[in-house]
Design a protein around this ligand. Structure first.
Ligand code: NG1
Length: 412
């Protein structure tokens, strides 16, 4: 796979019409030839594990970044955004593209272009209109959706292809352009998602285990309405966690009692029984580093258990793992917030089998598992006890996730 054209990918009619009109107003004739569409994601469990070489368990969402694209014969890229506050952007494709200001939406397209240009001698840009409906700064990967949609469009325009695992790695590397030392989860699931499935994803190399979602499970997503701006304040906090995890591992391995143990988080989680690992950690580490280490190794192990729980349709067990994940993210990883804790508590008290923060934390969204017949009650409780007392500026802050297919390009 890759930039291959896949028939049948389309958009909701209202979005498509509005995007066509924007394209025509901005760029005139001829009309766009391609639609590139890349989904956001919700991570069900396995948080802050990807950059530590441990698995994650996300699914691609029905919300996506959609580009209408008209190929150019030169290397210029011209962009407009359906969201009026994001102005038009232009740049030239090369192997070294100077970024726009930090936090600028055009940087996700530049990230894709520079990284692809370093891999292939691409020469053609495009005119494109973007409509994203993944909530922004919400831990649902609007940024990776924006990047992946642009990347597939550029690949198609330049007729280059890559096997999926290589493409997933390239997309993850590309996002480092915006200054976040992120892992590869968001790009991997945006490219590899599958309708009706959640995917356990391992890294280096990327491997995916699609796992069918039991038909009566529902994942309810609720937005705190507190932005987790990864291009802003949350970036420093996120990057600090990645450093602390590296340091914790190095100190752990340097302790005499740990001599001869596997030298990676992956090796430790798979090669050392959990009780022994935690006992050694208590000897080798203290303070913040001990907490970070404990979160990473316990969360890594929970992913595999969660996959088995899903395979046997055991929603209660899956829910308990989500609860344990949230406690660990709150107490040991220290990335929760009062708003996230409140959403989690409301969902649980209304009948969810488990709930947790999803994505990086520091604001953003919670995700709760409930059975189909309980979902309306959980959604209503969130509406009444959270949103009724807070101004909701735009969009639906609470919705039920639908496991969707990964990114595709189609001809119009
Ligand atoms: P979000 O929540 O989309 O900002 C970030 C990272 C992931 C992963 C999670 C925490 C990026 C682009 N995304 O996701 O790779 O580390 O945090 O599990 O850096």
């Amino acid at each position: 796979m890759t930039s291959g054209v896949s028939p049948g990918v389309t958009l909701e009619p209202e979005r498509l019409a509005a995007l066509r009109a924007l394209f025509a107003r901005s760029f005139g004739d001829p009309p766009p030839a391609l639609l590139s569409r890349a989904p956001g994601r919700v991570n069900l469990i396995g948080e802050h594990t990807d950059y530590n070489g441990l698995p994650v368990f996300p699914m691609a969402l029905q919300r996506n970044a959609a580009y209408l694209v008209r190929p150019r014969t030169d290397a210029r890229v011209r962009l407009v955004n359906r969201e009026a506050r994001y102005g038009a952007r232009e740049f030239e494709i090369s192997r070294a593209i100077a970024p726009f200001e930090q936090g600028d939406w055009g940087n996700y397209v530049k990230a894709a272009a520079q990284t692809l240009a370093a891999r292939f001698p691409i020469r053609r840009g495009f005119d494109a209109a973007l409509d994203g409906n993944v909530p922004l700064a919400a831990g649902l990967s609007s940024s990776s959706a924006t990047l992946v949609g642009a990347l597939l469009a550029l690949m198609r325009v330049n007729q280059v292809e890559l096997p999926l695992p290589e493409l997933q790695e390239l997309a993850a590397r590309a996002e480092h352009y915006v200054g976040v030392a992120g892992g590869g989860m968001d790009q991997a699931i945006s490219l590899g998602g599958r309708a009706g499935h959640a995917l356990v994803i391992d890294f280096a190399p990327v491997r995916m285990q699609p796992t069918p979602m039991p038909s009566d499970w529902r994942f309810v997503i609720a937005n705190t309405l507190v932005p987790a701006e990864k291009s802003g304040a949350a970036r420093a906090a996120y990057n600090a966690r990645t450093r602390e995890c590296r340091e914790a591992l190095a100190r752990f391995l340097a302790h005499p009692e740990c001599a001869g143990l596997p030298a990676s988080y992956f090796g430790l989680v798979h090669g050392v029984p959990r009780e022994r690992l935690l006992a050694l950690a208590a000897l080798a580490l203290d303070g913040t580093l001990a907490k970070r280490f404990r979160h990473v190794v316990s969360e890594g192990a929970r992913v595999e258990e969660a996959r088995f729980a899903m395979l046997r349709g055991d929603a209660s067990a899956f829910g308990r793992l989500m609860d344990a994940s949230h406690a660990s993210l709150r107490d040991d990883y220290e990335v929760s917030s009062p708003e996230l804790d409140l959403l989690v508590a409301i969902a649980r008290s209304a009948g969810a089998l488990g709930a947790r923060l999803t994505g990086a934390g520091f604001g953003g969204c919670s995700v709760a598992l409930c059975l189909e017949h309980e979902a309306p009650r959980v959604v209503a409780a969130l509406q009444q006890r959270y949103y009724a007392v807070r101004p909701v500026a735009e969009g639906e802050p609470v919705f039920v996730a639908q496991a969707s297919d990964g990114a595709r390009v189609s001809e119009l």
